[in-house]
Design a protein around this ligand. Structure first.
Ligand code: FAD
Length: 458
């Protein structure tokens, strides 16, 4: 701050606005920025700054439908600039955060200036990434379902496998090309399995040498049940329906390796301790998330990598810094266990954090974060869904229809809502598109080289 005063002088100092910087443009970060805009819209002393690596919000609940080609890629992303009204936006990858100097540094590259942003208040909402639990071979060989790139890669892979299997004469190789293994029986795994199974059955009509019986979709879940958090009868319904549709679900089965050709797993069932081997070329890993490295390597206190926050969502050691969404951990008072990371929780935390930031700045008491989940829903393929809310458990076509309505209403812009709706209508009328688009597998952040950083860009 003193350096700034020296450089710009007292006159410019009069125009200095206090900065509330929100890191992350996902469900938590965007919601928090929007709430802060509301609180501070008539207060010219404060500037709200939103920073994210991508300039869009990714609507993850519809990601499996991108992988199945039902929804067009761009329709599940919403440009942040089209949603925010009074915030300043920086597209950039965060290099590090200095909570003592109150500085956030963004990477620079050959074409992009590195930037240092000073903050007065900070909201950390950097989300999570896929957790491979240290299994390097899986990280290298498996596909994921976390980013837009992942969904596009999975779709291309499925089409590629069909193209290869169609002309394959070796029956063993053909079977392994047509076997798709999904690891993880949570939301992402079950919805992905249902969607890709639907895609496969929809498009095999273009492949005369492939029959329905050649297709194998297998879900491997290390725990004793799928979709934890749903009631037993909805879990049983899902299990039964997916099995009837032809999807194999193996519970208490932990994957130990995947070399690109064979999945090895072990059973946690005491009656069956034989190692399990599945010949498959395609594994989609959805078995867990972990906070992004920027958080894990930060100076903030973490609990299993997630930022530890108090009951007001503030980081105790650094007043004025709040942690929300997947990158933070908040314990359910009733169970004494952390809440599962969901978009619903992320948005609820965002609202409380914005409220508490405003209260703190206005010298008002802050509010404890209270969370009551509004219910949950999932779609499991073949126009079938499950839903539980307000104490009701629904399943089948009605729950599927409800899922579509609820999630469509949650898409933040009317334009994208309309486009998604049109995609659904088109999908009901026309066949799926089997053109395989050639994208590179890795989009890694390699382009972000550390070059000269620009100091004090305010
Ligand atoms: C396939 C799938 C389906 C799901 N379905 C549901 C569902 O139906 N219902 C539900 O409630 N939840 C669902 N979830 C979970 C939900 O997506 C997450 O809980 C939610 O996205 C968390 O929000 P967040 O803002 O904390 O993180 P994110 O949405 O992950 O946002 C993180 C933000 O931080 C940015 N970021 C990260 N690192 C950096 C960096 N170094 N520099 C700059 N920016 C960075 C990212 O670009 C992004 O903008 C699903 C998740 C997946 C993967």
């Amino acid at each position: 701050m003193l350096a700034y005063i020296r450089r710009v002088g007292i006159f410019h100092m009069a125009r200095y606005k206090k900065k509330i910087v929100v890191l992350g443009g996902g469900f938590a970060g965007l919601q928090c920025a929007l709430k802060l805009e509301n609180y501070f819209k008539s207060d010219s002393e404060y500037e709200i700054v939103l920073v994210a690596e991508d300039n869009f919000l990714l609507f993850t609940p519809m990601l499996p439908q991108v992988a199945s080609g039902m929804i067009e890629t761009r329709h599940v992303v919403m440009p942040l600039r089209a949603i925010i009204k009074h915030s300043t936006f920086y597209e950039g990858r965060i290099k590090n955060i200095d909570p003592y100097g109150k500085i956030v540094n963004l990477w620079g590259s050959g074409e992009k200036r590195g930037i240092s942003l000073h903050y007065d208040y900070l909201v950390l909402a950097l989300g999570s990434e896929t957790n491979f639990f240290g299994m390097g071979d899986l990280e290298k060989n498996a596909y994921q379902m976390k980013t837009l790139n992942d969904a596009v890669m999975v779709r291309n892979r499925i089409i590629d496998m069909l193209e290869q299997a169609e002309n394959e004469k070796n029956p063993i190789l053909k079977q392994s090309l047509l076997t798709f293994v999904i690891v993880g029986g949570g939301f992402a795994g079950i919805e992905t399995a249902g969607e890709i199974h639907d895609l496969l059955l929809d498009v095999i009509k273009y492949y005369p040498n492939i029959s329905k019986d050649d297709i194998k979709v297998v879900v491997l879940e290390a725990g004793g049940e799928i979709l934890p958090g749903f009631s037993k009868n909805l879990i049983d319904f899902t299990f039964k329906k997916m099995t009837q549709h032809g999807i194999e679900i193996k519970l208490k089965t932990g994957v130990t390796s995947f070399d690109g050709d064979e999945v090895m797993a072990k059973s946690f069932d005491s009656e069956n301790s034989e190692p399990i081997s599945i010949q498959s070329k395609t594994v989609i890993w959805t078995a867990g998330v972990t906070p992004v490295n920027t958080i894990k390597r930060s100076l903030f206190k973490t609990d299993k990598g997630r930022i530890a926050v108090d009951r007001y969502l503030e980081v105790k050691e650094f007043p004025g810094v709040f942690g929300i969404g997947d990158c933070s951990v908040f314990f359910d008072k009733k169970t004494n266990r952390p809440y599962a990371p969901t978009a619903q929780l992320a948005e609820a935390m965002a609202k409380t954090a914005a409220k508490n930031l405003h209260a703190k700045i206005s010298n008002q008491p802050m509010t404890e974060f209270e969370y009551t989940p509004r219910g949950q829903m999932a779609i499991i393929g073949k126009r079938t869904g499950i839903a539980s809310f307000f104490g009701m458990n629904l399943h089948g076509l009605f729950a599927w229809f409800l899922w579509r309505n609820v999630y469509l209403s949650k898409v933040p812009t009317w334009e994208k809502r309309f486009r998604v709706f049109l995609d659904w209508v088109a999908d009901a009328i026309f066949d799926r598109d089997i053109s395989r688009l050639k994208f590179m597998r890795n989009e890694a952040g390699k382009e972000y080289k550390e070059l000269d950083e620009v100091d004090d860009v305010w």
